[in-house]
Design a protein around this ligand. Structure first.
Ligand SMILES: C[S@@+](CC[C@H](N)C(=O)[O-])C[C@H]1O[C@@H](n2cnc3c(N)ncnc32)[C@H](O)[C@@H]1O
Length: 244
């Protein structure tokens, strides 16, 4: 696809395919490859009916592992179970698979950096927790208590599993952050699409927020909030807010 279409397509695919995504440069054109099972293929085809598919090549499992690399964000090592954290760094282990959020996506990394930069600690609500990576990172950074919610049952299950694996106490619940009552928290962190984040900021009672899920060209409409920090990574943005 032409360069201009890559960013919006990537954003849509990342929401659909937490299992893995590869960007391949083909002489100026970009091919986006996703690695999914039958259910994943149906999810992708519902949005991109023109997508082509092939059975995976032998050795695909190793290739899939090879592109899930550990990263460091906010002073934390965030990586898959088959890699080991270097000495001296607190680890957040995330099994890439069924829910969004290996930690490697720029929006997730940027949220973790902003969580680390924040001077105050206190309670956190991870709204749209996906794999639970932000909830576990918040707990590692000293925030407590941490509550994580997602409207997707699989994400809630995966978040519970991620918390168990990392030995952190996080309460994970099924909830739609635009419709259900929100647990109160000193800090809301939400890495969801732009319009969801805007509507969430309008209804939360939290005094501080970290938001992401949109590209650097976007500025949120957030009446009643003052922007106090912004981090841009690889074309994506994350913002830190306090109530005006
Ligand atoms: C981009 S993922 C973020 C995952 C993880 N927090 C991270 O930063 O990597 C967005 C998550 O928000 C969830 N989500 C989207 N809309 C939601 C809503 N209205 N209420 C609750 N969760 C929602 C999706 O199911 C998905 O798991």
């Amino acid at each position: 696809m032409p360069e201009a279409e890559v960013e919006p397509t990537l954003a849509a695919l990342l929401a659909l395919v937490p299992e893995g995504l590869e960007e391949v440069d083909r002489d100026g054109d970009v091919e986006l490859a996703v690695y999914v099972d039958g259910a994943g293929e149906r999810r992708v085809r519902a949005v991109f009916p023109e997508a082509e598919s092939w059975p995976v090549e032998p050795g695909w499992g190793d290739r899939w592992r090879a592109f899930h690399h550990a990263i460091v964000a906010g002073g934390l090592w965030i990586g898959p179970p088959w890699e080991e954290a270097p000495a001296g760094l607190d680890a957040v282990v995330v099994d890439p698979g069924r829910a969004f959020g290996t930690g490697a996506h720029p929006t997730t990394r940027a949220c973790i950096e902003l969580l680390a930069r924040e001077k105050r600690r206190g309670s956190v609500l991870d709204a749209g927790c996906g794999s639970g990576v932000l909830a576990v990172a918040a707990a590692r950074l000293g925030y407590a208590p941490v509550v994580a919610v997602d409207r997707d049952e699989v994400a809630v299950e995966v978040t519970r599993a991620t918390c168990r694996r990392n030995g952190v106490a996080v309460e994970a619940r099924l909830a739609d952050v635009l419709a259900d009552a929100l647990p109160s928290a000193d800090l809301l962190v939400a890495n969801i699409e732009l319009d969801v984040v805007e509507r969430l900021l309008a209804r939360t009672a939290s005094p501080r927020a970290i938001t992401s899920g949109y590209t650097s060209g976007n500025r949120l409409r957030a009446p009643g909030w003052t922007l106090v920090d912004r981090l841009e990574l690889d074309g994506w943005a994350a913002d830190a807010w306090v109530r005006s």
